[in-house]
Design a protein around this ligand. Structure first.
Ligand code: NDP
Length: 403
């Protein structure tokens, strides 16, 4: 029985609250805090109604204000803070957890507001401070990073002596009926996918122009989809934690229409993250764009189709070459029926709840800063099957990738 503080009342926060509330035997008291308390209140009421959990409280907090957040943590006294606000707040929340003496976890690595560059270096630098305090900071526990990292650890543990080639494949074959919308925070999402692509090969990071490498890949239960090589943050920790990897890449599907909108947004300057003066007021075009795009948390109602995210791995076992594909498919409609939000928030929020459960039940323990693939994947994989993200595997099938 533990108290948790969940920070962030967006689509992902909603799923984390719902899923934690389904397990009062672990999450006995929940406090949901975000900048806008009214958003927390709606989620808390809906989750109480849906699950019968009696102890879900709410609070307003600016997670970039360390003293304010530290005071909130101290007054509630949780064992763990689950951070599902924005990556800009990673470091201030880690600071507050250190000050208040509680464990920390998140789903996305830190990125400075003025530079679209996400890297683990800022958060890994906290390792010694968390270690000295005997605290755990668990990084990247959504789906990708998160479940994909656990999939890789599971493959390495059970299927291979050495893993050599890793391709993470992320397909959203959903249709929300909007001309253009992002599936999670538009600002964070557009910053991520307009960056240069990057992958790891033979000890080096190789950069490519955005969306310049495309491959049609066939996703289970969905069929072929144009998939583009992009950089994704788990590649950085996976090549560090699995040094046998010769190559690691990440592929994401985008529709032609989506890419056309994205190109226009970039060409007309709406993806800029530097301030411009508009009628005497400083405006950051990308921040403004977020306000006119559909709210990802509200895409759910008429969202059809499914996501399919997995890892395609080639390596050796008992001296022989072997391939392995492990994946989860998630229906947007089923996610909406259960939690009132769409599949991308669902596939992020469920692993966050499971990661929190691993920490609070002592199945994942550590002092310092860790990525999820550093822990035993087995209990996490079991819980994925039980709590809404069942996975499937194929051994020695065609990965659609050469060596
Ligand atoms: P939303 O934009 O829907 O929600 C973010 C929430 O954070 C909002 O409630 C917002 O509050 C709150 N917030 C923002 N700034 C602050 C602050 N300074 N203090 C307190 N609260 C703040 O985002 P999503 O729910 O779509 O995504 C949440 C996180 O999940 C992101 O970090 C995203 O990168 C990550 N993610 C990870 C994935 C994975 O698989 N690993 C996949 C998808 C997302 P307010 O409403 O007041 O602005």
């Amino acid at each position: 029985m533990s108290k948790v503080l969940i920070i962030g009342a967006g689509g992902v926060g909603r799923v984390v609250v719902f899923k934690c509330a389904q397990h009062p035997e672990v999450f006995s008291e929940i406090l949901l805090a975000s900048r806008t308390k009214s958003k927390c209140d709606v989620i808390a009421e809906d989750a109480k109604k849906a699950t019968g959990h009696k102890h879900i409280a709410t609070a307003a907090v600016d997670a970039e204000n360390v003293p304010e957040l530290t005071a909130l943590i101290r007054s509630f006294g949780p064992e763990l803070v689950i951070h599902v606000a924005l990556p800009y707040q990673d470091l201030t929340i880690m600071e507050a957890c250190l000050a208040a003496g509680v464990h920390y976890m998140d789903t996305a690595n830190y990125e400075p507001k003025d530079e679209a560059k996400f890297e683990y270096k800022w958060q890994w630098a906290y390792h010694d401070r968390f270690k000295e305090k005997g605290l755990l900071a668990l990084l990247g526990c959504g789906f990708d990073p998160g479940a994909t990292s656990v999939f890789t650890a599971y493959a390495a543990k059970h299927h291979f002596d050495e893993i050599h080639y890793l391709d993470i494949v992320d397909c959203n074959a959903g249709d929300h009926g909007k001309a253009f919308a992002t599936n999670f925070n538009p600002e964070i999402n557009i910053r991520e996918i307009t960056q240069k692509g990057k992958y790891y090969e033979d000890g080096e990071w190789l950069e490519i122009d955005p969306h310049s490498v495309m491959k049609p890949l066939t996703y289970p239960g969905i069929g072929p989809k144009k998939s583009y090589l992009i950089f994704h943050e788990e590649l950085e920790s996976l090549v560090r934690n699995f040094p046998s990897l010769k190559r690691a890449r990440f592929w994401m599907t985008f529709g032609d229409e989506y890419l056309t909108h994205l190109r226009v947004i970039q060409n007309i300057g709406m993806s800029r993250i530097d301030p411009v003066m508009y009628k005497g007021v400083e405006v950051i075009p990308l921040e403004f764009l977020k306000y006119v795009l559909p709210d990802p948390g509200e895409l759910g109602e008429n969202y059809t189709g499914q996501t399919s995210i997995g890892c395609r791995i080639r390596g050796t076992k008992d001296g022989k070459e072997k391939t392995y594909y492990v994946w989860n498919n998630c229906s947007h409609q089923a996610a909406y029926d259960e939690t009132g939000t769409q599949g991308v928030s669902y596939t992020t929020g469920v692993p966050a709840m499971i990661g929190a459960m691993m920490v609070l039940t002592g199945q994942w323990q550590g002092k310092g800063v860790f990525n999820v693939e550093q822990f035993n994947p087995d209990p996490f994989m079991d819980k994925m099957n039980q709590y809404g993200l069942p996975w499937h595997e194929e051994v020695n099938g065609d990965l659609e990738f050469e060596k």
